[in-house]
Every structure is written in structure tokens, then in C-alpha cells.
Design a protein around this ligand. Structure first.
Ligand SMILES: *Cc1c(COP(=O)(O)O)cnc(C)c1O
Length: 355
């Protein structure tokens, strides 16, 4: 007899990350995982190298220096910050701690896949609410709330659509939810947003409670490989996460890298300026080639090729040039490809490929 996990576990499709290899192609350009265009900040590389000599030491389980640096950088109380092994870890703990058998979790149809995976892992029923014109439909999400609802996940801006909803919609979502429902505002792409009036979620956390803002070092800070995410929440939610997370969940080198990245002078400004400029150029070139590009406030764009065959053919043409982008079949968008904004040379290769 073999040991089997709980039946719900076998209903989970394993997360498939962006591809990184093309058979027979030597030089590949990976634009499939929304990793920062410029790699890690130089000071983070130095910090990782320095940390190597202390690799025998356990990390600071409380990530004190990192929480303090985050607090200074974003004007937040470090006591209400909790760090994770990527924000993915925090997503899973939130589902396990607040969801579970007999509960429901709400997300939008094209929300981030980890909410579905973590929600099912916890044993919750995950409801995917239809979107409207490429955006999460706040009214429909509120209408989906039932007595068993315990968590609502929303990424703003969203991955994989890149769509940004106004702050007023996030407030309306929180205001429309019962107090015993945890709202998870996933702001993984917050630093890239240039739309006026955007707040990554801290204001809603402070005003309304029962809300957590999630952030990550994996995107603009170029540290996806180091696995550092964080949440800002009321004390009770931080306390919950501190009880259940691994005591040493964020590696020492990762904490050091994140602190250094926050201190890298001008990094965010440089990345945002580059991203805004090249996202517009790449979008214009793909639009000129006759494809639909959804407006994005992130470091990627979602391109609609009309049909699954159209997307597949475009993917094959890009692959032949060494360009790896992200197929969206797993997200229920087989007609679309998601393309990360890389460095200038990489973006130019995408533009040339569509010309
Ligand atoms: C990339 C991403 C994350 C995961 O970030 P990690 O910190 O690397 O785990 C979370 N949410 C969204 C919407 C993302 O796109």
C-alpha cells in the first residue's frame, strides 16, 4: 500500500514556471518570469558574497535588519512587517491559517495562480470570479462572497494581465467585505506603477484592518533567486504568520541582499524609467504588428493573438530567435502570451521579431 496525501492535494496542478531553455538554441533571452531587467543591484551581489563566509550561521529568524530597512524605506512600522521565503510562502501560510476544509477563497479568473494552488492545499474551495474587459470585477467578487468565505486575493496591478484598478476600487472591495474576511492585496509590481494616486495597500491596511499587503524582492529588485517577500498587516495577522512560518524561513544571504538592494541609490528610479520607456516601445511595435496589447502598469505585457493557434505560432517564431516568453494556457488564456520587459537590447530583439 502506498501513502497518499489528502485527496484535495491531487487536484492541484503543479506550478510551472517560465521556461528557460530552447533545445538547439545557444543564446536565449528569458522574458518569461518578470524578473528585473537589470539583474540584481550590485550592492546586493556584494552582500551575498560577504554573507557566504558566514554561511554556517543560522539567519536572524526575526529578519530584524530587513524589517527595519523596509520600515524606513516605505514609512511603515517594522513590528507589523513579516518576511517570507518569497511572498509565495506567505500566500500559502495565509491560506492554511485562515482557510481550510469547509471554507471558500475568492480570486478573479485571471488572478495569480499561486492563490489557487495554496488555497486548494489548505483544503479550501477556490472560487474564480469572471473578469470584465480585462479587469477584476469588484462587484462580481463581492457578489461571490458567502458565509464560508474567509479570504479574498487580489493582485493590483495583476499578474498575468498587467491591469491596474484604481485605489478607489480596492477601498470599495475592502468596504464591501465582512470583517471576518481577510483581504490579501498582492502588490508584487507596486514599484513599477506610475499611475497617479496609486497606493500599494498600506493605507487600506491601516484604515480597515483585516487586510494584508504583500510585496516582493523578486521583481524590481531583481532577487527572485534569493526568495524574499514580505507582508504588512495588523498585529494579529503578523502574529499568526510568525507562529506558523519556518523559524529561519529567509536565508541570511537573502536578508543581506534585500537590505542592500533597498539601499542601492537610484535603483528603483532607474528601473521604472527604463520599464516605462521600453514597455511603451514594445507595446507600440506589437500593436503595429496587429496584435492586442493590454495596458500594463507592470514590467510585462499580455499580448492577445486572437486564437490559441495564433499565440502558438507567435511563440514558435519568437523561440526560433531565442526569445522565451510565457504561454498562458495554464491561466486559461491560450490565445495570449505574456512578455517581460527586459533590458534595451532584449526589448529591441522583441520589437524586431514582431516587425
Ligand atoms: C511574482 C509574483 C509573486 C511571487 O513573488 P515571490 O516573492 O517570488 O514568491 C506574488 N504575486 C504575484 C502577483 C507575482 O507576480
Amino acid at each position: 500500500m502506498t501513502v497518499l496525501p489528502r485527496p484535495t492535494i491531487l487536484s492541484i496542478e503543479p506550478y510551472v514556471g517560465g521556461e528557460s531553455k530552447i533545445p538547439g538554441v545557444n543564446r536565449i533571452i528569458k522574458l518569461s518570469s518578470n524578473e528585473g531587467a537589470f539583474g540584481p543591484p550590485p550592492s546586493a551581489i556584494e552582500a551575498i558574497t560577504r554573507a557566504a563566509r558566514e554561511a554556517h550561521r543560522y539567519p536572524d529568524g526575526g529578519a530584524t535588519a530587513l524589517r527595519e530597512a523596509l520600515g524606513r524605506r516605505w514609512g511603515l512600522d517594522p513590528a507589523r512587517i513579516v518576511c517570507g521565503n518569497g511572498s509565495d510562502e506567505l500566500i500559502a501560510h495565509l491560506c492554511l491559517a485562515y482557510g481550510g476544509e469547509g471554507t471558500e477563497i475568492i480570486m478573479s479568473a485571471y488572478g495569480f495562480m499561486m492563490y489557487d494552488i495554496a488555497g486548494r492545499y489548505a483544503g479550501s474551495r477556490v472560487l474564480k470570479v469572471a473578469e470584465k474587459d480585462g479587469f477584476a470585477d469588484i462587484d462580481a467578487m463581492l457578489a461571490a462572497v458567502g458565509p464560508r468565505t474567509r479570504l479574498v486575493f487580489i493582485a493590483n496591478p495583476n499578474n498575468p494581465t498587467g491591469a491596474l484598478l484604481p485605489e478607489s476600487e480596492m477601498k470599495r472591495l475592502r468596504a464591501g467585505l465582512r470583517d471576518d474576511i481577510l483581504l490579501v492585496l498582492d502588490s508584487a509590481y507596486a514599484e513599477y506603477v506610475t499611475a497617479p494616486g496609486y497606493d500599494a495597500g498600506a493605507a487600506i491596511v491601516d484604515a480597515a484592518g483585516n487586510t494584508i499587503m504583500l510585496r516582493t524582492f523578486s521583481k524590481i529588485f531583481g532577487l527572485g533567486g534569493m526568495r524574499v517577500g514580505w507582508g504588512y498587516a495588523p498585529a494579529g495577522i503578523v502574529d499568526t504568520l510568525n507562529r506558523v512560518r519556518g523559524p529561519f524561513n529567509v536565508a541570511a544571504a537573502s536578508q543581506a541582499a534585500a537590505v542592500a538592494a533597498l539601499g542601492e541609490e537610484g535603483w528603483v528610479e532607474k528601473c521604472v524609467a527604463h520599464n516605462t520607456e521600453w514597455r511603451a516601445k514594445v507595446s507600440a511595435a506589437i500593436t503595429a504588428a496587429g496584435h492586442k496589447v493590454q495596458p500594463s502598469e507592470t514590467n510585462f505585457i499580455l499580448v492577445d493573438f486572437g486564437t490559441a493557434d495564433g499565440a502558438k505560432a507567435a511563440d514558435a517564431r519568437l523561440k526560433a530567435k531565442g526569445l522565451i516568453v510565457r504561454g498562458m494556457t495554464g491561466y486559461g488564456l491560450p490565445q495570449a502570451l505574456r512578455i517581460t520587459i527586459g533590458n534595451a537590447e532584449e526589448c529591441q530583439l522583441v520589437i524586431d521579431a514582431f516587425a
